[in-house]
Design a protein around this ligand. Structure first.
Ligand SMILES: Cc1cc2nc3c(=O)[nH]c(=O)nc-3n(C[C@H](O)[C@H](O)[C@H](O)COP(=O)(O)OP(=O)(O)OC[C@H]3O[C@@H](n4cnc5c(N)ncnc54)[C@H](O)[C@@H]3O)c2cc1C
Length: 465
């Protein structure tokens, strides 16, 4: 790889939040000549899956002061909002996600102007990496090849995989929407009964969007555990220093440890949310020290409970969901999906309810897959992912939740070697770090990664398991 006084050439693949933040950090921190390129298959930079929705009803699930792009300036986003005339918002507001996307875009643009360094953006898809000497070629779908010294995989959230059912032909039906993010709201507005597969944040996005458009039909939700995201309440500052007991190394031990802390905190007047929020800052360190078998146990048994309590929703959305449940417009089913079959004007849904052995059936008019990203890279059909895996340039983590990477995000090859030129960050690191998808974590990873690329040492949390 060519370094020294030659401009260092960095290609970032993926222009969602993670890619935009690495670019931002590289621009701000660079101490040497740099050539920076960003490849994003959609037209928008800084938005990705989460911040592309134009709907004002799609709110951030953390308040304004939790998503500043500057760690040292918690009110940076709030100040930006006020500069844009959104004076109604406070540090505790839950604002529309598109506003956060605009903030990311504007902050990146401002950094480019301040640095007078152009960021070469390519609206294209990266399909292959061709390692050479010197440098590596990044081949784009339209045929162009970008040469790089370093490549960052900011690939983000892959589309959901389909749930295993007896009749897989159903997935070709026009009554099935295969990705909860494709936003095909119009297509289902006329339907009387819908089924959303999954009860996480994507399902909540659909419910909110349908409600805001005046949808009056029934919305059925199905998941194995039947857990909806919990709503936020007024924040409480619970001091992490109060965690005096050393954390155990088993999943069951950790569960009991947290429960004891919740009981103790309640006696001091703090709710469980404050306890979980304080735990967040230790989350990566706790995860990294768990043995693999314990991580597998956590994913198998505790993940739905963790997701529901940790990835919460804005209070106003929580109230809306409660009202819809009360009116029976929203109906929850807990169980295992057995089959989906188009019959007449509808879809017959066969479910084995949790804890029972007899299947139940009900009919809906359309089914939307809201099961969340398919993080098992071995199962993805994406051409770049397939090519990187087949060349042995990267390797899935043993939990099937992302990619193996070093503490600074350097990717492991199939032979178990840390790559000197290929990096990743954000949701791809879920298996390694667990807590890696929220804005604050991605911001900190982008900072560490930029310093690694620029050759400035920095201590980071987490590491390869
Ligand atoms: C619906 C939703 C809501 C969320 N809300 C919040 C929230 O309120 N608060 C919070 O803290 N976190 C939230 N998150 C977490 C979220 O994952 C992160 O904040 C962030 O969006 C992850 O950014 P990313 O760039 O890694 O991934 P993505 O947003 O998935 O972006 C990846 C980008 O890479 C591009 N790409 C991938 N492969 C290629 C290729 N080969 N060539 C070219 N381009 C490619 C894709 O087109 C995409 O634009 C939310 C997530 C989702 C899905």
């Amino acid at each position: 790889m060519t370094l020294g006084q030659q401009p260092q050439s960095v290609v970032i693949i993926g222009g969602g939040l993670s890619g935009a933040l690495v670019a931002l950090q590289l621009l701000q921190e660079r101490t040497r000549p740099l050539r920076l390129s960003l490849v994003e298959r959609s037209h928008a930079i800084g938005r990705g899956v989460a911040y592309s929705s134009p709907l004002p009803c799609h709110l951030l699930n953390v308040p304004v002061n939790g998503v500043s792009l500057r760690r040292s300036e918690p009110h940076h986003f709030l100040h930006w909002l006020h500069q844009q005339g959104h004076d109604q918002f406070t540090a505790q507001s839950f604002v529309p996600r598109y506003l956060f996307g605009s903030y990311v875009e504007a902050t990146l643009q401002a950094a480019q102007q301040a640095d007078s360094l152009p960021l070469d953006s390519y609206e294209d898809e990266a399909v292959e990496l061709v390692p050479g000497s010197p440098g590596v070629g990044v081949r784009l779908a339209r045929g162009q090849v970008l040469m790089a010294d370093r490549v960052v995989l900011a690939l983000g959230n892959p589309a959901p995989g389909s749930v295993a059912i007896a009749n897989r032909d159903f997935y070709r039906s026009h009554r099935y929407i295969d990705s909860g993010w494709s936003g095909q709201l119009e297509a289902v507005m006329g339907q009387g009964r819908l089924l959303l597969l999954g009860m996480g944040l994507t399902a909540i996005d659909w419910i909110v969007a349908l409600h805001s458009r005046g949808y009056g039909g029934e919305i059925h939700l199905l998941s194995r555990h039947g857990l909806l995201p919990q709503p936020h309440t007024a924040p409480q500052d619970y001091d992490p220093a109060w965690w005096t007991e050393p954390p155990p190394h088993t999943t069951l031990g950790l569960l009991r440890w947290v429960r004891r802390q919740v009981v103790w905190a309640a006696q001091q007047g703090y709710g469980w949310r404050a306890v979980l929020d304080s735990l967040r800052y230790r989350g990566q360190a706790l995860w990294v020290r768990l043995p693999l078998a314990e991580k597998q146990r956590f994913v198998r048994h505790l993940r739905p409970y963790w997701d529901s309590h940790r990835h919460r929703i804005a209070p106003e959305i929580g109230e809306m969901v409660t009202a819809l449940r009360r009116s029976q417009q929203l109906q929850l089913h807990t169980g295992h999906l057995i089959n989906l079959e188009e019959r007449g004007q509808g879809v017959v849904v066969t479910v084995c309810p949790r804890g029972q052995t007899t299947n139940q059936e009900f009919t809906v008019e359309a089914v939307i897959n809201c099961t969340g990203p398919q993080f098992n890279y071995a199962k993805l059909a994406d051409p770049l992912v397939r090519s990187l895996l087949s060349q042995g340039l990267m390797t899935p983590d043993p939990l099937g939740l992302g990619l193996r990477a070093s503490p600074t995000g350097a990717v492991y090859s199939a032979e178990g070697l840390v790559s000197p030129w290929l990096y990743t960050l954000g949701p791809t690191r879920r298996g390694e770090l667990w807590e890696t998808t929220a804005v604050a974590e991605i911001r900190d990873q982008a900072e560490a990664l930029a310093q690694e690329i620029l050759g400035v040492g920095v201590a980071v949390a987490g590491g390869a398991g």
